[in-house]
Design a protein around this ligand. Structure first.
Ligand code: NAD
Length: 394
């Protein structure tokens, strides 16, 4: 099969196995060139391990710290002439590279919100790994079925209080449009908190505590975002922001759960990067193109792997206290939020119209990163060559 990108709005419905493997290899090579983590984690569970920040966390744990990893994700294998999802190909490629480096790597493809997948993970950890010393929680999902009630909740990306109109980038047409999002109903807020809040993270930690599978001094971290004022109505102050507030609540509850084993729970506020999840948030993709242009020019530009390697070495495993802000949050968005960067974003934002995209936005950089998520745009890959879409785990 010859596989080309088929972009439909903010998703690409095809993925390239060799290209995804090249992407994983690129992140592994970056990680190998970073300082090794001294006294880092050795047995790591990553929930949401196949793409974006979770994949970067898995790669960093394995290749900076020599960790055995169990990855949980929800991806689709290739079937009936369709390619697999990028996360499937990424995970097959990661496992191959980790095993070649002598590391244990195993994966569970299923619904992380379910009791069944938690039980499967616990059995796998008991059988193969021993106690876990780091749990990374990096899910981004549009829906969650609550195992206690069987009800499926759908998250919403809506402002709270009033409808909100802002610019967004139509990446297909390369135009700037206005989009109005209606204000969330109370139910939208509750549903988004159910999906993107911290309840499921707590269920994971409790299940692992009950099974006595967390090591003394175990750490857990989940990822948060705050972002610039121009996205606050839709992000920080919107339904998703309520989900993130709940994540912080859950972090405190997890700290209590972990206190008997001297464990610590963290929320890390990460930088805006191009992932499948962030491409779907209206306004955030436009902000990312502006941010990337500024940070590439002024310095400090990072993607997922650079962020997570810095999180591991400078914050979580820096041989001392993990630095946090006054709210107890790890701030990996420190460079993004520097006033000199954010002042420029505020200055530029009103000037962005379709005709000024090239002046103010890193549109080519955004597109390049977006296509790379699906394994496209790597010089080492011949995209005109036949490739087998069915790729299986060993
Ligand atoms: P992503 O879309 O790249 O990854 C999501 C992961 O969740 C994938 O591995 C996917 O398979 C998995 N997943 C989704 N539903 C699942 C389910 N039901 N069961 C098992 N696995 C499931 O997303 P991302 O952007 O890396 O986001 C991860 C976290 O980082 C989120 O909490 C997000 O809010 C946060 N974050 C993202 C950004 C950003 O700019 N992308 C910035 C800061 C924080």
């Amino acid at each position: 099969m010859i596989i080309k990108p088929k972009v439909r709005g903010f998703v690409c419905v095809t993925a390239h196995p060799t290209g995804c493997a090249a992407h994983v290899k690129e992140w592994i090579d970056y990680t190998k060139n970073q300082p090794k983590i001294e006294a880092g984690p050795k047995n790591v569970l990553i929930i949401g391990a196949s793409t974006g920040y979770g994949l970067a966390s898995r790669i960093s744990a394995a290749f900076s710290s020599g960790a055995n990893t169990l990855g949980v994700f929800f991806e689709r294998a290739s079937e009936r002439g369709r390619t697999a999802t990028a996360g499937w190909y990424n995970s097959v490629a990661f496992e191959k590279e980790a095993k070649a480096a002598g590391l244990y790597a195993s994966s569970i493809n299923g619904d992380a919100f379910s009791n069944e997948v938690k039980e499967q993970a616990i059995e796998r950890i008991k059988a193969d790994m021993g106690k876990i010393d780091l749990v990374v929680y990096s899910l981004a999902s549009p829906r969650r079925t609550d195992p206690a009630t069987g009800i499926t909740h759908k998250s919403a990306l809506k402002p709270i209080g009033n409808a909100y109109t802002n610019k967004y980038l139509d990446t297909d047409k390369k135009t700037i449009q206005d989009a109005t999002l209606e204000a969330a109903a109370e139910e939208d807020i509750l549903n988004t908190v159910k999906v993107m809040g911290g309840e499921d993270w707590e269920l994971w930690i409790q299940a692992l505590v009950d099974a006595d599978l967390l090591a003394e001094g175990c750490k857990t971290v989940a990822y948060d975002y705050i972002g610039p004022k121009v996205t606050w109505p839709i992000y920080k102050d919107g339904t998703i922001g309520q989900g993130k507030l709940d994540l912080r609540r859950a972090c405190k509850a997890n700290n209590e759960r972990l206190s008997a084993i001297n464990g610590t729970s963290f929320v890390s506020v990460n930088k805006a990067v191009v992932t499948q999840a962030s491409s779907a948030i209206p306004g955030v993709n436009l902000y990312i193109t502006v941010l990337f242009k500024i940070m590439k020019e002024l310095g400090g530009h990072e993607g997922c792997i650079e962020q997570i390697c810095r999180l591991m070495t400078d914050r979580l495993y820096n041989n001392g206290e993990t630095p946090v802000d006054e709210q107890g949050l790890i701030r990996m968005d420190d460079w993004e939020m520097e006033p000199k960067i954010q002042d420029l974003v505020s200055e530029i934002w009103p000037k962005i119209i379709t005709d000024t995209i090239d002046e103010y936005c890193d549109f080519p950089g955004y597109q390049e990163d977006f296509l790379k998520l699906f394994g496209f745009g790597f010089d080492s890959v011949d995209y005109n060559a036949e490739v087998e879409p069915e790729v299986v785990f060993d």
